[in-house]
Design a protein around this ligand. Structure first.
Ligand code: LLP
Length: 423
């Protein structure tokens, strides 16, 4: 099994990418719709084999481009959003509010109001404090809202510390000790429709045992809640499925063992289920194409300076995670290699994509590099730091190349700067 995005390299060499670079400026994100469809099918197969009512709600924070939202919605899934902006984007993409879950620990009154007025499928409430606010807003509007209570299970997902969310040191979810109080508040208003419990213990989770522990905790909880007279209609199991950031495509997330843990722990429950994958659908579908500006040789290092920066793809600066980097060239590469650092133009030392990697010795300014596996948390995490543009995005769909986001230039952004008197 190789990395699903890699088939494009093999089929047509790099000519497709060089064609895109010829039409659109660099840096540019490129997505391959067939990889997203392939990943979606993998999850559909898993769900079919489990013979349970499991809904997919794609976590759009991974990539909220309209073309991607429409594609995933066409595959039959809904979405999970975490802001008013994401809710707006989902609705604009044609996703029914009845298939939209809204999570997040810091929802504003305006966002809660928007969710209630749009009659969304589920609001995942993350604290007692938020629950009081939701209750108040729903009764003022005299409109019902379906809620799930997000549990903080205090279970370690064994992932990068910046993307773990399920322990008592993390800001997410309601601690087990406060859950009964939350459930009784949830039942104290006719405007609150209690659906059940949601969890999400983090991202890039490889350890199936962590999921198993969560499922076990939920199983116990569901039976004690039904004993107390609070039936659980739905369990939302969150996302977090691991993606290998390797060109070999391994090790894969062990979907089969995930399914087995699900069946063994939760298979006897009669409620509905939700999963919220984000990265799993899109990470391997995306590449960031960037042009080499300079090859800077110093006595101690060779720096390959590219035109993409940490503002375009934050993951390396933020988590110290290096994505594979490949030279896009139709020419036969010099087999001789050199050891280089691949860095961006931004004025920060954290602006790098790889340190001490091997690339062909004949590399030169003007060549195009592909930073792979950047479909998830690439564009969606980007910024305009150093007054740089928000770069364009392209999708290859059934062999056709589409521009799916124009470049947002510093000139556009400048039109919002003002000097208005407010008093
Ligand atoms: N559900 C909830 C409530 C979440 O907070 C997240 C991600 C997901 C689902 C989807 O998780 P996924 O399946 O994508 O792992 N920027 C980081 C990842 C942050 C994830 C935040 N929450 C990165 O680039 O690794």
């Amino acid at each position: 099994m190789i990395y699903p995005g890699f088939h494009l390299f093999n089929h047509s060499g790099f000519s497709r990418y060089l064609e895109i670079v010829g039409k659109v400026q660099t840096p540019v994100y490129v997505y391959d719709s067939s990889v997203i469809i392939h990943q979606h099918k993998n999850l559909e197969k898993l769900i079919q084999s489990l013979r349970k009512n499991i809904q997919i709600r794609y976590a759009i924070k991974a990539n909220s481009n309209q073309a991607i939202l429409k594609l995933i919605c066409e595959q039959g899934s809904g979405v999970e959003v975490v802001s008013g902006g994401e809710l707006l984007k989902a609705i604009k993409a044609g996703i029914s509010p009845k298939e939209i879950i809204f999570s997040g620990i810091g929802k504003t009154d305006e966002e809660i109001t928007l969710a209630i007025q749009n009659e969304i499928e589920q609001l995942s409430v993350e604290s007692l404090e938020e629950l009081h606010v939701v209750k108040k807003i729903a009764s003022t509007l005299q409109k019902p809202i379906s809620i799930a209570l997000r549990l903080n299970p205090n279970i370690e997902g064994k992932t990068h510390k910046k993307i773990t969310t399920g322990t008592d040191k993390n800001k997410f979810g309601i601690p087990l000790g406060q859950l009964m109080e939350a459930i009784s508040i949830a039942h104290s208003s006719s405007y609150l429709n209690f659906l059940g419990i949601s969890v999400h213990i983090g991202s890039q989770i490889q350890d199936i045992n962590a999921y198993r522990q969560v499922f076990g905790q939920l199983k116990t909880l569901v039976s004690s809640l039904s004993f107390e007279g609070y039936p659980v209609k739905r369990l939302d199991l969150g996302g977090g499925f691991y993606v290998p950031y390797t060109l070999s495509g391994s090790p894969q997330f062990d979907l089969q063992s995930y399914g087995q843990a699900f069946s063994e722990e939760l298979g006897n429950l009669n409620c509905g289920f939700v999963i919220e994958p984000g990265r799993y659908f899109v990470a391997e579908s995306g590449l960031l194409l960037t042009k080499i500006l300079y090859i800077k040789r110093t006595p101690s290092r060779i720096f390959v300076i590219v035109d993409a920066g940490m503002n375009d793809m934050m993951r390396t600066a933020l988590y110290d995670i290096e994505h594979p980097i490949v030279l896009c060239s139709d020419k036969k590469n010099d087999t001789e290699q050199m050891i280089v650092d691949v860095v961006g133009p931004v004025c920060e030392s954290s602006d790098f994509f790889a340190s001490q990697i091997s690339l062909p010795k004949n590399l030169k300014a003007g060549d195009i590099l592909a930073i792979t596996h950047t479909g998830a948390y690439g564009s969606s995490l980007s910024s305009t730091y150093n007054s740089r543009p928000l770069i364009p995005e392209v999708m290859i769909d059934k062999g056709v190349i589409y521009l799916v986001r124009e470049c947002i230039t510093p000139e556009h952004l400048l039109t919002f700067e003002t000097f208005k008197k407010l008093t």
